[in-house]
Ligand binder design. Structure first.
Ligand code: ZN
Length: 300
């Protein structure tokens, strides 16, 4: 069964006109139900992640400032959201969603968080709409409880997983792979275990070839036991921020390549949605729903 973390607070009413399309979290669920890809029993509402677990990854001072909302103006600008208590609460739920997904993935092979993939959050600062780093927190928990000895984080959002790369740069138990736009945010890149930079305007075939090479390197890692997959759909040609020219079909093939590698190697995978900024919300929702369909076809 494809367990999927979803909470009504994922669809947060940001200030009007803010460019981050949070409405997608409701629409993805509605579309999956409408098309009978999933039913209500597939969804679970996560609780609030506990501080001790978050501290396995995040700096105590930063967490205190976040919880007590005393980040300074520059720190809030870096995050890009108008920071409120409900947004902080929402982030803690998203973190727990990904943490819970790990147990479901170990049981069923795959699990999804409709939100998450907050890869720009560093240990001690938030950035680019990300307050806390869900994959990094869940990775630290898996390692601590010896649920996996080697973990890969595959980040195919168009933006580099800079926070993730920074958090694990000295941790040989974690292989971080980011394939992202060379000329896109963040403009100061961190060093992942493997970075593949994409030129503006790259098309389907070249993209998929580079992905094949990257996945080969990931799955050649000895003793790999768990995978996180950030399936951002801001690689699409319709995306306002992405600068790439990838079709919906190739985006779906991308997901298929990741999942087929996981199932072939019998490695559980947790997916989080990441970014997506196409002008038409239906382009975003379709691409994310396709990721669910491929996961179901592959694992169930
Ligand atoms: Zn992105």
């Amino acid at each position: 069964m494809l367990k999927t973390a979803w909470s009504s607070c994922y669809n947060h009413p940001l200030v009007e006109g803010h460019r981050f399309p949070m409405i997608k979290y409701d629409l993805i669920k509605e579309q999956l139900l409408y098309e009978a890809v999933l039913n209500e029993t597939h969804f679970f509402e996560p609780g609030i992640a506990n501080i001790a677990e978050i501290q396995l990854c995040h700096d105590k001072d930063y967490l205190n400032k976040l919880i007590n909302q005393c980040l300074n103006a520059a720190e809030i600008r870096r995050i890009g959201f108008p920071l409120t208590q409900s947004l902080v609460d929402r982030e803690f739920k998203i973190m727990q969603g990904t943490i819970d997904c790990c147990a479901h993935a170990i049981q069923y092979g795959a699990a999804m968080n409709i939100a998450g993939g907050t890869h720009h959050a560093f240990s001690d600062k938030g950035e680019g709409f990300c307050l806390l780093n869900d994959f990094a927190i869940a990775t630290q928990i898996l390692l601590k409880h010896k649920k996996a000895s080697k973990i890969a984080i595959i980040d195919l959002d168009v933006h580099q997983g800079n926070g993730t790369a920074s958090i694990f740069k000295k941790n040989s138990a974690v292989f971080t792979f980011s394939m992202h736009g060379k000329n896109n945010f963040p403009f100061k890149k961190e060093v992942s275990s493997l970075d593949i930079e994409l030129a503006d305007g790259i098309k389907d075939n070249e993209y998929l070839e580079k992905l094949e090479f990257g996945l080969k390197m990931v799955f050649e890692q000895p003793h790999l036991e768990f995978v996180f997959y950030q399936s951002g759909v801001d690689i699409l040609e319709t995306d306002k921020l992405g600068k790439l020219a990838i079709s919906q079909e190739a985006c779906t093939l991308r997901d298929k390549m990741v999942y087929e590698s996981c199932i072939k190697m019998k490695i559980p995978v947790v997916t989080a949605m990441g970014g997506g900024y196409s002008s038409k919300i239906s382009d975003i929702v379709n691409a994310h729903c396709n990721t669910f369909k491929v996961a179901i076809d592959t694992f169930f």
